[in-house]
Design a protein around this ligand. Structure first.
Ligand code: ATP
Ligand code: MG
Length: 253
């Protein structure tokens, strides 16, 4: 029996701009499982990013609840929430948000230093290990502007992982990368997931989506369809590609 890590119940999200209501998430019910590599796909504007930000406690919900390990994050006070974001959730975006006047190393350790219970030595060690694993240790004393986009994104992933989050959230993390760098980043995701990291990925990229073991397709703020897959194995890529492509075509993707 799979363990539910995020449990979405009757979720609504309404944006109001200039007095006009736009319901972006519509009475959604969804369970996300611990240890899964869950991919969210769907047309532009269907609410994928909004859903991800609601799940990651970066965005308020309008109605409904989201239980993280059984606790309703929509009812939490702001200081409990910021603690949760810092310790349990890691975020990566398409636009890489590194701090421009800090080195890659300094960027990576920053969220770690905010944790009172970790010693600086632990954080430095973890940062070193992550930067090495992601093959950016040799450029870790440079500023973001002095390294490539792929290297920046790998440092951003290291930063998202420095506090050993329960869930890694990623919104189009390969959107600004070329094919080669995308593959490197997705290989890292696959390896992290093999080692037990729960991942929630929003992507337009079919190749990136193949990495998941579950793909959820959203249309107009509601779950339209989903597909379960075996864990990623580069040896059976052709079959996997065919299965996913056929399914996506049936959804007019
Ligand atoms: N802050 C906001 N205020 C008002 N409307 C918003 C806001 N953010 C998003 N929306 C609207 O909500 C809808 C869903 O947006 P969202 O960014 O979740 O879509 P998406 O599926 O991630 O799209 P894309 O694939 O283009 O990234 C869109 O119609 C968008 O214009
Ligand atoms: Mg989006």
């Amino acid at each position: 029996m799979e363990k539910v890590i995020l449990d979405v119940k009757n979720l609504d999200k309404v944006y109001v701009s200039d007095g006009v209501k736009n319901q972006v998430i519509k009475n959604m019910n969804l369970e996300i499982y611990d240890g899964d590599f869950t991919v969210i796909m769907g047309p532009s504007g269907s609410g994928k990013s909004t859903l991800l930000y609601c799940l990651g406690a970066m965005e308020d919900v309008t109605e409904g609840s989201i239980l993280f390990q059984g606790e309703d994050i929509t009812k939490m006070k702001e200081n409990t929430l910021s603690d949760l974001r810092l310790k349990e959730f890691g975020f990566i975006f398409q636009q890489i948000h590194l701090i421009s006047n800090l080195t890659l190393f300094q960027n990576v350790i920053l969220p770690g230093l905010a944790l009172p219970e970790s010693t600086n030595k632990d954080i430095y060690e973890r940062a070193d290990n992550l930067l090495e694993k992601f093959q950016v240790k040799h450029v870790s004393q440079r500023l973001p502007s002095q390294v490539s986009g792929g290297e920046q994104q790998r440092a951003a992933i290291a930063r998202a992982l420095i506090n050993q989050p329960k869930v890694l959230f990623a919104d189009e993390p390969t959107g600004a990368l070329n094919q080669n760098n995308s593959e490197i980043v997705m290989d890292l995701f696959s390896e992290l997931n093999r080692n037990g990291q729960s991942i929630l990925l929003v992507t337009h990229d079919r190749r990136a989506a193949l990495r998941g073991n579950r793909i959820i397709y959203i249309i107009d703020g509601a779950v339209k369809s989903e597909m379960k897959l075996n864990s990623y194995d580069s040896a059976n890529l052709k079959d996997r590609e065919h299965t996913v492509n056929t399914w996506l075509s049936s959804l007019s993707w």
